[in-house]
Design a protein around this ligand. Sequence first.
Ligand code: ADP
Ligand code: MG
Length: 732
Amino acid sequence: MSDSEAAETTLAPVTLDSKLANVVGGKTAVALGKAFGVVTVGDLLSHYPRRYARRGELSSISLLPLDENVTIVAEIRSVEERPMKARKGSIVEVKISDGHGILALTYFNQSWRARQLLPGMRGMFAGKVTDYRGHLQLTHPTYKLFGPGADDEPEMPTDAAAAKLWIEQPVAIYPATNTVASWQVAKTIEILLDSVLSVPDPIPPELRAERGLLPQGRAFELIHRPETDSDWRRARDTLRFTEAFVLQSALVQQRLTARQQQSTPRVPTPGGLLDRFDAALPFTLTADQQSVAGEISADISETHPMNRLVQGEVGSGKTVVALRAMLAVADTGGQSAFLAPTEVLAAQHLRSIVRSLGPEPASELMPTLLTGQLSVPERRKALLRVVSGQAKIVIGTHALLGDKVTFFDLGLVVVDEQHRFGVDQREALRQKGAVPPHVLVLTATPIPRTVAMTVFGDLDVSTIAELPEGRQGIETFVVPLFEKPGWVTRVWTRLAEELALGRQGFVVCPAIAPKQLEEGAEVDPDAAAPASVETVLAELRRNPALASARIEPLHGRMSSEDKDQTMRAFAAGQIDVLVATTVIEVGVDVPNASAMVVLDADRFGVSQLHQLRGRVGRGGVPGLCLLVTSAEAETIARQRVEAVAATLDGFELAQVDLELRREGDVLGSNQSGGRSSLRLLRVATDGDLIGEARAHAQRLSEHDPHLDTVPALRDAVRRRLDDAERASLTKS
Ligand code: ADP
Ligand code: MG
């Protein structure tokens, strides 16, 4: 019997699903679990190095970020022990260097450090960098010394060639915390790699050969314990493709599962509600609206549920398309739930839907509002209409998701402005159908193809690219106060000129009151206070240029009645200027509004600015958008603002946004679900790879829908879906 056979019979083989605690010991497993949320062997093996250092190289001290946990390679310059001044005890102060800068390490009452840390030694040091009276320091850092005398570190070999290798070999540096250092992660991963680990391959052999990928086990070995740079590069390429392939396979599987669900087909009655609506429509649908409408009616006439995302610029006419689907469902006696992100929008949708239906169908369909702000009797009445099936169209906010809300026959769920909602909420509403309802998601935030493939990969995507005719367009200008502080006066005279033409305007501020930031605005404690609704309102009311203007506030701290009333008065032309927060961001529709002034525009994201701008130029009057910023030229903040001014193309902006934002924000924890988010894959740069992985995943699932020929892939897909489930369970 060979050694390895003996091991097989005495030890249960370690798999990716083995609990870490059973392999590396409970204490280590608990520490790693707390630090990184890892539970299984597979979890830890996918905790990839952040970068690779070299024993012979020193990290640049001047580039270290303050107040972050860092791991650096440095050499000890001096070690000094002295008594503390005010108290009993001693301080050991160690100076380490990269050859240029000096970083001080301090230890209180740990004299033994002075015997362990000797000048001339090199090693890795980890801790939080702080600035102590102008000098950089690490307080009580942990370290691992290289070379002779240091524990579990291979000693520097004596022959010259081996020594060179030792110096040049990449040393994995892991994401670490203040409780678990990089080398502790490395040590545990080493134990896993040295155990009887069986790692089956989730990539079918032909595909692996075609793309020149490493076997999975080899890739884990080389990403964690490379001997050369090309080792970890090859490993990273393999693992990145694997990640894309597993993710796409999981999404394809989800789609297949959804296809197998039964739903009620909804085919409109000839001469029914939908036909009458179409006949009375005061305009013709654009070609894009028609083709999307066609896709939707094909989807909902099937016996499995529709899962479709419709993306289209603000004002491209998505709501009309959604309303037509609701009418088709109503023709079959079914109900539709329309989920809006805010009370203001829910109320506005109700009004505009009632208006576009006309009086007779409106009484037949009994459109009903269900929000958190209803009084108890109103709410009871609404719930009754919903449960009895009388209300064929139910419009609401989160309140629609509540336990008490029961439908008689929920046939269609429409989610407006998807980015405000997570997958979970879409799911919660879906659960309210006796059979799975059809689902339509609307978004005005254009989604780059790669994000659509990763985040919304379980949805079919339709696009309305053209705007209805007669839109006058919007001109956008950056007002750079850093260079031209005087231009602010010109902003208000420009606004006054618009009002003089009988038009209306918005002034958007990041904050409500001088110290109160509206949600979504970015906080920078060092920056000057952002423009606030309260201050700006007072200023504008005093401004002689705007002396005759009726100026009112609108923000999230007002009661929803007040907000609603203000919006109505604005829509009716009784208010000239709204000084608002981003409450007005989505969906607000006042065709006579022509001017949009955004103050401290750099505090908003690219897509938020684009959405805000979409509030003007909606009718027959041209829009004007002034983005006022104090950000200096060349900063990222300024680039965001300039990008928005440079184009009206939402897709282009979405791509810019993707490049300027960090990855985590793109997927947003509510979209991707905590720990299961991407590791090596970058939606901004790996578009082609993701597309290829998707094509391969689809081809495989066509031949082998249950993935029986690649059991390791089936397991990886299950793990991925479990992860998403785990993440969504821990969130509620
Ligand atoms: P979205 O929801 O995509 O922002 P809406 O559906 O609210 O857009 O449409 C914006 C405005 O344009 C509404 O007043 C709507 O009645 C109008 N509209 C929609 N489609 C057309 C069309 N094909 N022609 C003219 N006006 C349209
Ligand atoms: Mg809309």
